[in-house]
Design a protein around this ligand. Structure first.
Ligand SMILES: Cc1ncc(COP(=O)(O)O)c(C=O)c1O
Length: 439
């Protein structure tokens, strides 16, 4: 397979003069892909995408994990079209908002109220604001080693990309080592009576210690703080609706987005009534908290996409399908890694809901150059790979077999690069970390 990127090269040369970063999330940016990669996508269908040079790729990241059923998935489109014909935004709320509120809350029985939004960052920030109002405390705690919760100041000001965020704001965020009860305990001991909430993804791809989530929630409560579970990535992936159900936990609030509307812009904050109603207008005489308030928050067709997505998850065994594919992929990849004796250099997480890969150099260190080379070789074989495989309902066993065959071919070049150096095989520069101090 020989791909050409003529239109992509033009796009790359032009886009940065028009859009800072060249994309609307840094994760999609040019510095996240090797040079020999598509710069922009024209369209997608099922588990495949076509770039602007008409190259066809098996999609592995599925819209940054948001496309849980497949691109242009007909049952979702059908429901969206119905709603589009009725108009999408009105002077008063739409009936569909109540329909969605009831449906979504029926999936999360520990929560009684919900607020919608278009972006994940908006709902995590709203959860933090509510926690501060509810507890009367200032500090927010999150794991130091999870990549992302929001582009808002409370999170990004604590990352390497703190430029533009006053230090006074970053000082209100504190962190601990993820999935580590001792570290969280030490944080509460260091800031007694000051932490409003802990916000954390329930689990990452390498698993969590038994009972960790229940213990962490109890620890937060013992210290007078709220616990927010961010299900942006785990939602509709680890289980249905997410890790809340998988682990039988009852956090004070939860944040949802990405896969819950098959790529459409619909996100949600769910929570316990006594916390969420602080953002309401029915508590006469109480202070008014300005929770999420956006013109497009109730856009009907995105909510319709969410309803259709939930219906598919309820009526079909989407989670089972995705996990079976994930298990199959992990087994096949492990056997290729073993066959080529690469166990010290390529690692795959035992995580059927979203297997992730780590690429190491000849000294066993994670290496962006080696990672970039692997991406380049997968892309050359028609697999749009960025180091994760997000199984979706449109992926088939044959797709996984194709992924594995491409992986096997890429491994051969990787093996050579381990001794000769990735520079000999990689066109252009290695990818760069998203969170870095300097460009
Ligand atoms: C765990 C987590 N929380 C929140 C967000 C923010 O979501 P959005 O990009 O929709 O603002 C992300 C995005 O990657 C995420 O991974």
């Amino acid at each position: 397979m020989s791909l050409q990127f003529k239109n992509s090269n033009f796009y790359r040369s032009r886009i940065h003069q028009l859009i800072p970063g060249g994309a609307h999330t840094y994760t999609k940016g040019d510095d996240q892909f090797p040079d020999l990669a598509p710069a922009a996508i024209d369209h997608g269908k099922g588990a495949y995408v076509w770039d602007i040079d008409d190259n066809k790729f098996l999609d592995c990241s599925m819209g940054l994990t948001s496309v849980s059923l497949g691109h242009a998935y007909e049952p979702v489109l059908e429901r969206v079209r119905e709603e589009l014909d009725k108009g999408v935004n009105f002077q008063r709320p739409s009936y569909i908002e109540m329909e969605m509120a009831e449906k979504f809350l029926s999936l999360v029985p520990c929560h009684q109220m919900i607020k919608f939004s278009k972006n994940g960052s908006t709902v995590t920030t709203a959860a933090v604001k509510l926690a501060r109002a509810f507890t009367g405390r200032k500090l927010v705690a999150f794991p130091s080693d999870h990549p992302f919760y929001s582009y808002d100041d409370w999170f990004i000001g604590k990352s390497a990309c703190d430029f533009g965020v006053p230090g006074e704001m970053s000082a209100l965020s504190v962190s601990y080592a993820s999935d580590n009860l001792e570290s969280l305990t030490a944080l509460f001991d260091k800031y007694p009576g000051q932490i409003a909430c802990v916000i954390s993804e329930p689990e990452k791809n390498f698993g969590i210690p038994e009972n960790y989530l229940k213990d962490a929630i109890a620890l937060a409560h013992k210290n007078g703080a709220l616990y927010i579970v961010d299900e942006m990535i785990t939602g509709f992936k680890t289980d249905f609706p997410g890790s809340i159900k998988k682990y039988g936990i009852e956090p004070d609030m939860a944040t949802w987005g990405k896969g819950i509307a098959n790529g459409f812009s619909f996100c949600a904050l769910t929570g316990k009534k006594e916390i969420m109603e602080i953002g309401g207008i029915k508590q006469k005489g109480e202070k008014k908290l300005f929770l999420i308030s956006t013109t497009h928050g109730g856009e009907t067709h995105a909510i319709a996409a969410g309803l259709a997505t939930i219906k598919e998850f309820q009526e079909k065994d989407v989670i089972g399908h995705n996990h079976r594919l994930g298990d199959y992929l992990i087994r096949q990849i492990k056997s290729v890694i073993a066959e080529y004796n690469l166990g010290e250099y390529i690692q795959i997480a035992d995580c059927n809901w979203m297997p992730v890969f780590i690429f190491r150099n000849s000294t066993g260190q994670p290496c962006l150059g080696m990672r970039s080379l692997f991406l380049q070789e997968m892309i050359a074989r028609g697999v749009l790979f960025q180091g994760i495989f997000v199984p979706c309902f449109s992926h088939t066993i044959e797709d996984v077999d194709y992924f594995v065959a491409s992986f096997r071919d890429a491994v051969k070049i990787y093996t050579e690069a381990l001794t000769a150096g990735y520079e000999r095989f990689l066109t252009g520069s290695p990818v760069a970390p998203v969170f870095r101090k300097y460009i």
